[in-house]
Design a protein around this ligand. Structure first.
Ligand code: ATP
Ligand code: MG
Length: 404
């Protein structure tokens, strides 16, 4: 099928119509938002989960629902690379301004920012917040009163503000941010007045820990929403629904089962596999061989995007590489025993095997396989394992070519 018509969106938050699963997480987040919009309570949620699990998509989905059904004004701001508090506040207010441009309450928001709004771009078609460092300092210090004034401007149109602070990874290591946030929370509590704002922070689970380490009282502030891998049923629903709805195409059961197995419950991989299979598929039913061909392509893409920079670069030593290939010489075994692998190693490799396993565990490439008992490990994801196997084949081919 043609690539342009692919409904799969690797790397981007999923469009609302293809959003799958996460029912209880959506309900919990919506009840936080409703506590703000109905009861005027200040709420803070933390959406945590590994990379590519669907944090931004979940936050974005909840935002759309809340805007549609709970009369909430939503802002989703990506803070990757934000350099500090002032930068965060600037980006948040700038987003708020830009996202309200086509909303009925735009004039009120514009009034709120006064002469700090600047027209930019061709024909002045877009707008931008124009503030000095001094203005930003004031916005940081007066964050709570500023939001109160903003809420009063929205009155009659919107009942609450939902502020999504996504990719807070850099800020979470900043004591300045942690302390500022804690005093913001305290200030709101002391005022003891309605404050219809819900803040959702989005990031890796360890970022929440680093914030709490910097400022321990934040632990009781966050409502934690942890996202886990999809169940097999959810992965099946994703593939079936997406292929059916967009192209009226169905999947052979074996094809679906193989795709589920290599997805490992990770939405980011589901989109990559879906997209690759979509390009190959030709006909009303996707066959197992089309699925397999797609999976190999997806493994190469995921490998180059994530494994190459994150894992291969970190284990450059010849011995480590060679051990890795021995681990991944069969893409279909799901778990391996330490003792079985040792038998395949040279004595030089065996000496560094313990360190190798630790390094691979720290990198998140492998994990202990509790189900198969002590001394058992598995790759965290089967598609990763498949990529390592492809690399192993390539290395062997190069070696053979070298010998000839
Ligand atoms: N519930 C879902 N239904 C369908 N697709 C999803 C769902 N959640 C995520 N995806 C898809 O999975 C991929 C990763 O999702 P997303 O960007 O939301 O993850 P993330 O956890 O925010 O990742 P990162 O840690 O890189 O920011 C995207 O292509 C997205 O479209
Ligand atoms: Mg994200």
């Amino acid at each position: 099928m043609t690539p342009e018509s692919s409904p799969f969106t690797p790397g981007q938050p999923v469009p609302i119509e293809f959003f799958v699963g996460r029912i209880s997480e959506v309900e919990r987040l919506r009840s936080l938002v409703r506590a703000s919009s109905i009861r005027g309570r200040f709420k803070v949620g933390f959406v945590a989960g590994e990379r590519g699990i669907g944090k931004s998509s979940l936050a974005s989905f909840v935002r759309r629902l809340s805007e549609r059904e709970d009369e909430v004004a939503g802002v989703h701001v990506f803070l990757g690379g934000a350099s500090g508090l002032q930068d965060m506040v600037r980006r948040a207010f700038d987003r708020l301004l830009k996202e309200s441009i086509d909303k009925p309450w735009y004039e009120n928001i514009r009034e709120f920012f006064g002469d700090h709004v600047r027209k930019v771009g061709l024909f002045g078609a877009s707008i931008e917040l124009n503030v000095t460092a001094a203005d930003l300092g004031i916005l940081v210090d007066d964050f709570v009163p500023s939001l109160r004034r903003l809420l009063s401007k929205l009155k009659g149109d919107r009942k609450a503000l939902l502020l999504i602070l996504d990719d807070i990874n850099g800020l979470a290591d900043s004591a300045e941010f942690a302390n500022w946030f804690k005093s913001t929370v305290d200030q709101i509590a002391i005022e003891n007045e309605a404050f219809s704002v819900c803040i959702l922070m989005v990031g890796l689970g360890e970022r929440r820990h680093s914030l709490i380490k910097l400022q321990p009282s934040l632990a009781r502030v966050f409502d934690l929403i942890e996202i886990h891998p999809w169940t097999d049923a959810e992965t099946a629903e994703f593939y079936t629904k997406t292929f059916k709805q967009t192209a009226g195409v169905s999947l052979e059961d074996t094809a679906l089962q193989t795709m589920i197995r290599f997805t490992g419950g990770l939405p980011v991989i589901a989109h990559e596999i879906g997209d690759a299979v979509w390009r190959i598929a030709d006909g009303p039913v996707i066959t197992n061989s089309e699925a397999n061909a797609g999976i190999i392509i997806a493994a190469e893409i995921i490998g180059r995007k994530f494994l190459e920079p994150q894992i291969f670069q970190a284990i450059r030593s010849k011995r480590y590489r060679s051990i890795l290939y021995k681990l991944a010489d069969d893409p279909f075994t799901s778990s391996f025993q330490r003792s079985t692998i040792r038998k395949k190693l040279t004595s030089e490799e065996d000496k560094v095997f313990g360190n190798f396993l630790k390094r691979m565990r720290d990198l998140g490439a492998i994990t202990s396989d509790k189900e198969s008992g002590p001394g058992s490990y598995r790759f965290t994801n089967q598609l990763h394992q498949l990529y390592f196997w492809l690399e192993f084949l390539r290395a062997r081919k190069d070696e053979n070519a070298g010998r000839q």
